[in-house]
Ligand binder design. Structure first.
Ligand code: PHE
Length: 458
């Protein structure tokens, strides 16, 4: 472990840490996964559950990771070993496994984004379909989402990730995020304003913003695990990423304020993305759940065909999304790479290249058909991340609570009341809800295997 400590950089400033954590949190989870979950889970009913999850479950769970990271000053694997020890050290192995699985398909979706940067430049998805043909924007997504295109761009995405990590440019990430966050907000705001002028906007806002509680009650068994999966995925929780990032923090930092800032930015960007996607889909007469994992791609492509300077905006839009995806991917692979460096004493560049290649290989089956994205994604988000969260919360809040409270109190003025509230929140309601979510998540994975996946195999 001393090995990685020697190489340790610290964030140049507090803002540096927040930027890096925001860089990890903000990514395909907000821009690709969020609108696709909203579309599949019935709109605003899902949003209500998702917001509740992020604030009441995600935020306290983030504090759990921060506490482990800052008190040990170690990465995900070393941090949990040092903080809890004993058999808990295997939890680090689970984190590494989760990082592997998530990055393998994340990179395929990241590849779609890179493909769309080029597609925007050439205008490939813009045009009018013949009478019996599918709309061009939809057909284009269908064409590039699997097969050789998907494979090549998956390779390109992984190559970029490996390059960034091998060069060890953490500072580069800080800088990238400093540009990316304002760029996302600006470009997305422009598109959201444009979307608000479309004919379907009214209907879309009703779908997206005014929750149908009856729907929520009837469908809670699928909405709850979806909200849990999305909450953990989007906040980069459940696999130790936030342990690693918090390990660079100093003790006079108020963890609660930092976490709140990260959660607020991250949630805002997701909501903004939906304000683009749904008005466009409704205006194009596409039912919101139909494009599935293609929601962001199909809707934005549809809009860009109508806009002046559509191609230029498209290049900017997808390039910004690519940066967001890369800064998240880096945080994922970093969990695996720092583990390899600590554990096997491999040099950083070699570790990164080998791990990058293995992850690329694991992602190859995902390029066969979009249904494979769902297979990996449901397993990772609704099962693995939630499981990782449950185990981590249990260790920290039940077994090592004294240490945890002592750590959390540093940097927070009058603490004891807040600390108790936090402790009992994570000990009981957070754990209960997560365990129910895991159970329902396993259920929905089984449904998926028996349904869409079995159909695909047949
Ligand atoms: N939060 C990232 C995103 O929304 C994905 C991620 C998940 C990153 C888990 C790290 C750990 O794109």
């Amino acid at each position: 472990m001393s090995n990685s400590n020697a190489e340790r950089e610290t964030w140049s400033t507090r803002i540096g840490f927040i930027l890096a954590a925001v860089g990890s949190a903000v990514g395909l989870g907000n821009i690709w996964r969020f609108p696709f979950q909203v579309g599949q889970e019935g709109g605003a009913a899902f949003i209500v559950m998702y917001l509740a999850f992020v604030v009441l479950i995600g935020f306290p769970a983030m504090m759990v990771e921060f506490v482990v990271g800052r008190s040990t000053g170690l990465n995900a694997v070393g941090g949990i070993r040092e903080f809890a020890g004993g058999a808990w050290k295997y939890l680090g192995g689970l984190f590494v496994f989760i990082g592997f699985v998530i990055l393998s398909y994340y990179s395929v979706v990241g590849g779609w984004v890179l493909r769309y940067v080029f597609g925007s430049a050439t205008g490939g998805y813009i045009g009018t379909a013949g009478p019996d043909e599918a709309p061009v924007a939809q057909q284009y997504f269908f064409d590039i989402a699997s097969g050789l295109d998907a494979l090549l761009f998956h390779a390109l995405f992984m190559a970029l990730v490996v390059l960034i990590v091998a060069l060890g440019i953490k500072r580069g990430i800080e800088l990238g995020v400093k540009i990316m966050v304002p760029a996302i907000i600006a470009i997305f705001a422009i598109l959201a304003v444009y979307a608000s002028t479309l004919s379907g906007a009214g209907e879309a806002y009703a779908y997206y913003l005014s929750p149908d509680l009856g729907y929520l009650i009837d469908n809670w068994k699928s909405i709850v695990p979806a909200a849990a999966g999305q909450g953990f995925f989007t906040l980069s929780l459940g696999m130790g990423v936030m342990i690693t990032y918090a390990s660079y923090l100093s003790e006079d930092e108020n963890l609660g304020i930092d976490g709140g800032t990260i959660v607020a930015f991250n949630t805002g960007i997701s909501i903004l993305t939906g304000l683009i996607v749904f008005p466009i889909l409704f205006s194009a007469g596409v039912s919101p759940g139909d494009p599935g994992a293609g929601a962001i791609f199909v809707s934005v492509a549809e809009a860009l065909g109508d806009l002046q300077f559509g191609r230029a905006i498209g290049v900017l839009f997808f390039a910004t999304v690519a940066i967001a995806a890369l800064s998240s991917a880096v945080s994922l692979i970093e969990v695996v790479v720092s583990y390899a460096i600590d554990e096997f004493n491999v040099p950083r560049v070699r570790a990164t290249a080998i791990i990058g290649t293995l992850i690329f290989a694991l992602g190859i089956p995902v390029t066969i058909d979009p249904v494979m994205v769902d297979l990996y994604d449901i397993f990772a988000a609704k099962i693995l991340l939630v499981l990782g969260g449950i185990l981590l919360v249990t260790a920290v809040s039940w077994i090592y609570s004294d240490k945890a409270l002592a750590e959390l109190s540093k940097g927070i003025g009058s603490f004891s009341g807040i600390g108790t509230v936090w402790l009992w929140t994570v000990r009981v309601p957070v754990l209960v809800v997560l365990i129910i979510s895991l159970y329902l998540g396993i259920d929905s994975f089984i449904d998926f295997l028996a349904g869409p996946f079995a159909e695909f195999l047949a």
